[in-house]
Unconditional design. Structure first.
Length: 133
């Protein structure tokens, strides 16, 4: 059996490139067979395991809830739901440390945290944050 379609954000209908598609057996164990979506979110997967209606096809993407469907329902547009708990309120605190060799490590840690916040902020309900020193 072959399944094909496009994985999208259910609300915006934007494609989710690189979303994973994995076949699970009737016991919920991964079979190791699957595929990844193309840059436009499209997929095409052929496997004999899709002939078993007790197996499930799992669609997954970072920041979204996994979606498990029977093979018969895993065709067409698959709308995925963003996780509600991706990012809540983020508080970063720091203080100055005079002539401390660890001060550089503190600055690097804050910079990494800000980059991570920027990467996931589009999935967050929190639109602003502040950093005080």
């Amino acid at each position: 059996m072959t399944i094909q379609g496009q994985v999208t954000d259910y609300k915006t209908t934007e494609p989710l490139p690189g979303a994973s598609i994995t076949i699970f057996d009737k016991n919920g164990q991964s079979t190791g067979q699957g595929a990844a979506c193309a840059a436009d979110g499209t997929f095409n997967l052929t496997s004999d395991l899709l002939d078993n209606p007790l197996n499930r096809v799992c669609f997954s993407f970072v920041g979204y809830l996994d979606t498990r469907l029977s093979p018969a329902n895993a065709n067409g547009e698959i709308g995925m739901v963003p996780k509600g708990d991706v990012l809540g309120t983020v508080v970063i605190t720091a203080r100055r440390m005079a002539k401390n060799p660890n001060a550089i490590a503190i600055v690097v840690t804050i910079a990494i945290a800000l980059v991570l916040i920027a990467l996931v902020s589009k999935y967050s309900k929190v639109k602003t944050w502040s950093v005080g020193m």
